[in-house]
Design a protein around this ligand. Sequence first.
Ligand code: V4E
Length: 229
Amino acid sequence: MSIEVERKFLCSANTLKTLKEIGVCAGQRQFHDQYFDTPQFHLTLRDMWLRKRTGCWELKCPTTRVKGAEESEASAQCSRYKEITNLSDIKLKLKEVLKDIGEDVTSRKQLSCVTESCQHEIDSVQDQCWARSMNLFVFAEFTTVRQTFTLKEDGVQVDLDEADFGYRVGEIEVLIPEGGDMQAAMDKIERTAKKLGLTGDRQVDGKMSVYLQVNYPEHYARLLSEHIL
Ligand code: V4E
């Protein structure tokens, strides 16, 4: 399991010029994300983000922060999430969380899902049967074109994303192992942000924030009021 530490930014022409000077373009790719939650949004209301990205499942969970600890401006602009990519671990975590909130995952028999729908539907639907059995459905779906840059600074990656609903956002990202040096990761991000000439003290919206604002304004407002976004 790894922890993803990242800072989002809006990429101006100047930022792009600097990025091309200090980084190496590692390529461009396109991916399709499907995000899952219960109809009552039990996962996202716990800041848990389950997605299938071009066939691979990922679950992002919040990391525990030290209560009452002062946060620097640089740290406040970074998000940190634990990333679970092993499907068995994802299912275990989801069972634990959904059991906690009284969602009866055992009563929805996976077998009935298989016999009713999967024989007549495409492979991707079969693959989602376990999710359906946990009452998890796709609530957001979009395609992103991503250009990736690697920087000389060890382990720093910069992604420039354009989602198919028109939103563009950049992110400076460092991956560390669980229990790894969070401060060192944030320092790397801060140094990179300075090199790119980034200013501003507010967190920049990610693709999902913008998607929710448009498609689920009430849920978005709730996530804001509960300080999840
Ligand atoms: C963690 C999270 C979400 C899941 C998607 O995360 P994000 O990093 O925005 O997407 P993406 O496509 O860049 O994933 P990557 O390729 O880096 O793995 S959706 C909303 N959140 C919460 C969240 C937050 N609270 N604050 C910020 C700045 N971003 C996301």
